[in-house]
Design a protein around this ligand. Sequence first.
Ligand code: SF4
Length: 490
Amino acid sequence: ADDVTLDPWGSSTVADYRKLFEEFGIESFDEVLPEVPNPHYLMRRGVIFGHRDYPRVLDGFEPGDAAVLSGFMPTGDPHIGHKLVFDEIIWHQQQGADAYGLIADLEAHSARGLDWDKIDEHARDYLLSLLALGFDPEEGELYRQSTNRTVQDLAFELGIETNISELQSIYGFDGETDVSHMQSVVTQMADILYPQLEEPKPTVIPVGPDQDPHVRLARDLAARMRSFKVTEAYASFETNAAEHALIEDAYEALGGESTSDSDPIRCVAAAEWLSEHHDAPNVEESLRAAGKEPLRPRVRFLDRNATEEAFTALIEAIDGEKRVYEGHIDVFDSSREDAAALAREIEVEHEGYGFYPPSSIYHRFMTGLTGGKMSSSIPSSHISLLDDPEDGYEKVKAATTGGRETAERQRELGGEADKCPVYELYAYLLAADDDEFAKMVYDECVGGERLCGDCKEQAAQLMQEFLREHQEKREEAKAVLESLDLDLGL
Ligand code: SF4
């Protein structure tokens, strides 16, 4: 299909991941992989295939310098697809990130209409699995939306910056959409920004690509919620005579002192004035609107669509003792080079929240065991983390494969591991950290040495073993969960 629709509440599959790169600006993970220290196997095997702004997080792999957060809508049992997200949170926690796992109970209640008893039950199950897989609750934080007052307050503030037409265009909400559903959206925005509330820090949100609309809105809101006071602006603005005269006028109109060429030009103030008076989004446009052709427009201010680089640079430059001008920059829009140059020359003071736009990483959806998308609502398509190990074994044995019609053909042509849900089980879960093993399965399959019967038997046994161990660990995690006092109806 030409249209890729991303609907966080729908059941759309994203058939062509490349389209996401083109249409939504998700970047390929391959390019950042070499920068990742000690990458998780899901990264190494391309299961995590895309990102937004992930390098920002990589810079902060020291305790307290970055955060990871993801949420779970407790609408059913946690299954092996959810395990990908659990693993991603835990891995980032092990790398030193502050880790957050949240239960999106308001969303489950409003968007899916689940009743509270069911929500409590599923919430417990999600959290037990997260703990059993290695989440450290002493170092990280687990919470549910409905009882986190801080998140609620932040959601309210974020709601001020969000309007209905925007939700319509992002999520397709219409006149029938209930208010609670909208509220659950701003709550989710608050979740995403919550790790930065005390102190702004790069935060990564591991999600499936269908959740990207949330990430985009959160990045937008982060930009709207951050504001800066300019404390000093040294011009690197290479003005020509016409520009300079205009900026002078602007500055004087603001009640500032006139500046000379050699003085620092209070270009931010001037730029703001120019924008206002010429109804243009930035200096360059202002100058054009005023009939002046900017020759070297090196910096552009006051555009709400800031680039992340500009903001990183700006935040790094914050050093606000002296207050020369209490101007107000909303957001920068500047090229990477400009931003770096600018950051050295401008001093600003934090006002407001100072959120970094959250980063994200995207993992592939697992194929259902019976083909199609793995779905919580189709038991035979997935393996629940709560499945009886024996049932898990049987489900793998019954799975669709990428095998040929006959053993003979398979030996001749090799299997189609790339289309095989069983191979996915190996790559996403069963081979765990053992790349050699995953590769061996792949090579033997496509080389025709591996036949599906034996291959499934091996996978089924590994699955059974995994479930048995996981469920033992879940039992052990119960005491921990109880001690966390999460109001889960325990
Ligand atoms: Fe899938 Fe294994 Fe058959 Fe290959 S041999 S197609 S990996 S089940």
